[in-house]
Design a binder for this molecule. Sequence first.
Ligand code: GAL
Length: 513
Amino acid sequence: MATFMLASTVALLFGQATASPQAQMFERRQVGGEEPDVVIPGASSYNGLNLVPQMGWDNWNAFGCDVNESLLLTTAQDMINYGLRDLGYNYIVLDDCWSVGRNESGYLVEDKYKFPNGMQDVANRIHDLGFKFGMYSSAGTYTCGRYPGSLGYEQKDADLWASWGVDYLKYDNCFNQGQSGTPKLSFDRYNVMSQALNATGREIIYAMCNWGNDDPFDWAYRIANSGRMSGDIYDSFNRPDDRCPCTEAIGCPWPGFHCSVMNILNKMPAITSRTMSGYFNDMDMLEIGNGGQSDSEYVVHFSMWAINSSPMLIGTNIGTLSPANLAIYSNPAIIAINQDTSASAAKRVWRYLVDADATGEGEISLWTRTMANGDRIVALLNAGNTTRTMNATIDEVFFDERTAGAYRAPPELSQTWDVYDLWANRMSEAEAGAVLASMNGTTVQVSSNSTTRFNATAMSYADGIKAMHPALWGQKVGTLVPGGRFEAEIDRHSVGVYRLKSQGASKAKRDEL
Ligand code: GAL
């Protein structure tokens, strides 16, 4: 996909390496006494859960209301066979349309036609398969599919889900009775369920789905583990749709739906500092496999969701997954970024509009992100209509460090960085096809030194990175040297994603000082 070339530039600028405002935001401050009594946003998860983004599968994008227990259980078994559970996709989330109403005591009743053995049994069997179980409701009188909502019934519903063994709640925003329009109204309404979940005593991840309404980026980390930041995704790379009118996340009064991958992605840069361990900006479920985009567009979708620490919920029919789509969902080098304990979002360093044609404007952009161990991620995104050579200078890659002060160059600029192409070891069609052909009980084993596959149950992503596991590092394609830049040819509607590892601080010779 990407051809790698090296070049050099003399445009080396100097800046001081000081803690950025964002890094300072991630501290706990002690105000007297032993324990910190002020918790700075991002210092911890509000309930101690979800320190890295949740991963799993949700039925909505591919099946809508057409759900039943065998779909959930068959999907879970397929995900084991295909190695997806062991890549970290370990939540099975049941979306809308699962209940029939409330009983005389006010408790929700599951649809016995769709779930003949009852939800408790579904939860048990999902747990037995090594997954956690996610459930859906709405902070309104109805769900978006017009099933009973939880507004006014928060504690009853939370108690019922806890008794079933639910581990995750996706909580929607439909039919909210006008209790939205200000951050306070939304906060209060969503907080009732947050408190109710806590009161059950069960560890339940709380995934707010209020589509970014009332700027949850400012308040939801106090009560939830993730929050949708846009109207609903649809399976389009960049087609604008009038039903998704906002191009910015902040102050969007009408999030809507039918939001394209590029629409959602371009809403992220402004709220990048509001992604934090325990609270993730949810860019919505993945569409890979649903047929509306090209292979390279799906690679963009997957890559950009991953590097922005979005929850990664597969939104397609696992039973009909193609080898190419399995290969995308299974790229452990990209998932390792998403699951990195830095738990931050990428920054867009620059964006240019290019290639205007009848279908609209194309664009190219450069994104970077720091990993917990100091590695640097670089993404060269070509959402233009033609293949082009893109480049990133070392100054751009370390833009924030370079602009953090004015006295001394940050050390990163004088280091040499090995550059690894993280899509270079994508599973071939043949290998992915063989994995899909595996039958129940004859799962194709992931060998510990596979260059393409990884088992995160056997070895954590952090350990794999440390051990230079080949499946997590792709292929080394060059180095980025002080004063230099790197270039890569990026296909139309595609992205190059690279992991940069420092060779160590370079020892400046005396006469260079
Ligand atoms: C939407 C939500 C979707 C899906 C749907 C169910 O509001 O954003 O992800 O849950 O409701 O009706």
